[in-house]
Design a protein around this ligand. Structure first.
Ligand SMILES: O=C(O)CCC(=O)C(=O)O
Ligand SMILES: [Fe+2]
Length: 219
């Protein structure tokens, strides 16, 4: 885990450390990593977009009924658009991480897709991995690296639930409080994870770095 004073470390340095930990453990938590001004802009943009009615119930795949989806995940989402100012700043910020991952690990990451997510009180996301192969969608790419940035207050209380639990193979489970400004990065294919029921509104940006085609990265 990279400690809470991380915000004082410049992002490129933080990225280097984060990549090392990701390659070693399959996951990394960066506490208080988002610059406060960017965090505030993202929080405001999310609130405005939600106020404008642009969030909708997340799905889990084609042909799955609404009722089944609700038993798996309860968040409401809005995909980041490059012409939303705070979203654009966030995408630029994450592009630096993606570039470094490509340099350090030859991952061939070509795209980054991300959505704002709101888990209203009582919502959760059952255990899953993030890599699904989109059958019959040529060149759809694969999710390789998952990222989650929390947009809550910095002090998320224990009794508020809503922890992200990671189940890395051959390691004990990891419980992560969704404290505002923290960023979690993990492999999309191997790390099973879940969001425990939140007792209060829980806000985040979930994002995925993808290869362009259906090819797997060199190993
Ligand atoms: O919000 C989180 O902590 C994780 C969300 C997640 O697993 C997903 O959107 O796929
Ligand atoms: Fe996930």
């Amino acid at each position: 885990m990279i400690p809470a004073n991380a915000a004082r470390v410049v992002w490129p340095e933080l990225i280097r450390e984060a990549c090392e930990q990701l390659f070693a453990s399959g996951w990394v938590l960066l506490q208080a990593a988002i610059p406060p001004s960017l965090l505030a802009a993202l929080q405001q943009e999310m609130q405005a977009r939600d106020g404008a009615g642009e969030f909708y119930r997340a799905g889990i795949g084609r042909g799955v009924t609404h009722q089944i989806t609700r038993q798996v995940r309860g968040d409401r989402i809005a995909w980041l658009e490059p012409d939303w100012p705070a979203a654009a700043a966030y995408l630029a910020w994450m592009a630096q991480l993606q570039a470094h991952l490509n340099e350090a690990g030859f991952l061939g990451l070509a795209d980054f897709e991300a959505h704002y997510a709101i888990y209203d009180a009582g919502s959760f996301y059952r255990a899953h991995t993030d890599q699904h192969i989109e059958v019959g969608v040529p060149g759809a790419g694969r999710r390789i690296v998952s990222t989650v940035t929390y947009l809550n207050d910095a002090d998320w209380p224990d009794q508020a639930g809503g922890e992200l639990v990671l189940y890395p193979p051959d390691q004990p489970a990891v419980r992560i409080r969704p404290a505002g400004g923290s960023v979690v990065i993990f492999w999309s294919d191997t790390i099973v994870h879940e969001v425990l029921p939140a007792q209060q509104a829980r806000r985040s940006i979930a994002g995925w770095m993808r290869t362009r085609g259906n090819e797997l990265p060199m190993s």
